[in-house]
Design a protein around this ligand. Structure first.
Ligand SMILES: [Zn+2]
Length: 180
């Protein structure tokens, strides 16, 4: 089932996620719907907040082609995607990377954001089994972006005021263009 995606301005995007006590069939179905919604919107990640929910849950599927180099692709090969992450925790980060970021809730625009280069993420998978994933490059970026959503934080919050205004103005302008 395709879900409605909350857009910039929605208070639901500012909610703090609540950990799930255990993974039920209903939550597995929600994760499935979130993946379906994400693929249809041509996104690479989606957090529960973005579909108006408060469970600590995000899904990610970053195509290999999003990574800059073979080394990163090889490093990330150990992470089985699509990722369904309940109760995610970033255990550690290292390094720094700058790169382009966008968001299905802040559509039709993007900006460069500084993130950690490497992330170790702990989460509970769709079967209720605890997992640990280590990632670099764009996949590590997606993990940090989705993790932020569960804290009610959007990528534009990381930008300085002037850049944020520019990005949001572009979002509004492109939305008008699309309607025409
Ligand atoms: Zn997002």
């Amino acid at each position: 089932m395709i879900l409605d995606i909350e857009k910039w301005g929605s208070e639901k995007l500012r909610a703090k996620a609540v950990p799930v006590p255990f993974v039920t069939d209903e939550l597995r179905a929600l994760a499935g719907d979130m993946l379906e919604t994400m693929y249809k919107a041509k996104g690479v990640g989606l957090a529960a907040e973005q579909v108006g929910r408060t469970e600590a849950l995000f899904v990610i599927d970053v195509p290999e082609s999003c990574e800059d180099d073979d080394e990163t692709r090889a490093f990330n090969a150990n992470v089985k995607q699509p990722l369904v992450c309940f109760n995610p925790q970033i255990l550690s980060t290292s390094g720094e990377q700058d790169g382009r970021e966008g968001c299905l809730s802040v559509p039709n625009c993007g900006a460069d954001v500084t993130r950690a280069a490497e992330v170790t993420l702990q989460y509970v998978d769709a079967s209720g089994v605890p997992q640990i994933a280590r990632a670099r490059g764009f996949l590590a970026r997606a993990m940090q972006h989705e993790y932020d959503h569960l804290d009610g934080v959007l990528y534009v919050d990381h930008l300085d005021d002037k850049t944020r205004e520019k990005v949001l103005a572009k979002m509004a302008k492109n939305a008008k263009k699309k309607k025409r």
